[in-house]
Design a protein. Structure first.
Length: 255
C-alpha cells in the first residue's frame, strides 16, 4: 500500500457561486502545490468504472475483493487481505475527497451515476470518477455541528454502507474497517487538514451530532507512558499477510 505523503495545509475556503459545477470547484481547490493531491479524482468516464452502488452491496463487491485476494494474497487469510484492500481504498479516497469537502465547503453525491471507482490490473483501488453537477454549499445541510457538516454525507452515504458490505464479505468486524478509515483521518487532522480546521472532531467526539455513537472515535489507544508511541486500538490484521511490512503502530507488538 502506498504511504500517505504530507501535503500543504489547506487555506481558507471558497465561497461557492450558485450553480457552480463540481469540476470547476475541483479546479479551484486543487491548484498549485495541491494539484497532485486532486489527481485521484477525475471527471473522465472510463469503461472499467465500478459504480458506487457496487461498493455498497455485499453480492456486488464480493467479486471485486475476491479477485484482489486471489491476485495479491492467494495463500493468506481473506479477512486480512480485504482489510488491506480497504486501506488502499481509504488512503486514496479520503485525502482528496476530504480536502475537497472542507476546502470547497460543499456536499457531494455518493449515489449511483455520480461516483465510481477504477482499479488497477491487480484490483487495487487506483482512482475515482465523479459526476459533474452543481454543488450545494455545506451551509445548506441540516447538520448544526460545523466541524461535522462537510463530512456527514461521506460518512453516512458512502463509508457506512461500504464498511457494512466489506464486513459482510470478509467475516471481519466492522470495527476493523472503521478504524482503517479513522487512522487516515487522524493523519489528515495532523497534516493536510490541521486541527484548527475542526477535522479532529471526527476522531475525538464519542457521539455524532445526531447523538449516535461515533464509529470513527479514537483510532489510537492512549499510551501507558509518555515516551511510549501510540498504538492502534484495533489491529488491521496485516501481520497475517506475506511480504507486507509490519505496522509500526500494531497493538499486538510489545514495546
Amino acid at each position: 500500500m502506498n504511504s500517505l505523503n504530507v501535503h500543504p495545509r489547506v487555506a481558507p475556503q471558497y465561497d461557492i457561486p450558485q450553480n457552480t459545477l463540481l469540476s470547476a470547484l475541483h479546479q479551484q481547490v486543487f491548484t498549485g502545490d495541491r494539484a497532485s493531491l486532486g489527481q485521484r479524482l477525475t471527471f473522465k468516464p472510463s469503461g472499467d468504472m465500478i459504480d458506487i452502488s457496487t461498493l455498497h452491496h455485499r453480492e456486488k463487491i464480493d467479486p471485486i475483493v475476491t479477485a484482489y485476494c486471489q491476485s495479491n494474497y492467494p495463500k493468506n487469510d481473506r479477512r486480512a487481505a480485504i482489510s488491506m484492500w480497504s486501506q488502499w481504498y481509504f488512503s486514496l479516497l479520503l485525502p482528496d475527497i476530504m480536502v475537497l469537502l472542507h476546502h470547497g465547503q460543499c456536499r457531494l453525491h455518493f449515489q449511483s451515476g455520480d461516483f465510481a471507482l477504477i482499479c488497477d490490473e491487480k484490483f487495487r483501488p487506483n482512482r475515482f470518477v465523479l459526476g459533474d453537477y452543481p454543488v450545494l454549499p455545506t451551509s445548506a445541510s441540516p447538520c448544526g455541528h460545523k466541524a461535522w457538516a462537510p463530512y456527514l454525507g461521506l460518512i453516512d452515504h458512502h463509508l457506512s454502507p461500504l464498511i457494512t458490505a466489506l464486513a459482510s464479505v470478509s467475516g471481519t468486524s466492522p470495527k476493523v474497517f472503521w478504524m482503517n478509515a479513522a487512522v487516515v483521518i487522524a493523519y489528515l487532522a495532523k497534516t493536510t487538514l490541521s486541527p484548527e480546521k475542526g477535522l479532529t472532531a471526527l476522531i475525538a467526539d464519542k457521539q455524532r451530532p445526531d447523538g449516535n455513537r461515533n464509529l470513527l472515535c479514537a483510532p489510537y489507544a492512549s499510551p501507558k507512558q509518555a515516551d511510549t508511541p501510540c498504538k492502534r486500538r484495533i489491529c488491521c490484521l496485516r501481520y497475517m499477510l506475506d511480504n507486507v511490512d509490519e505496522c509500526s503502530t500494531c497493538p499486538l507488538v510489545k514495546t
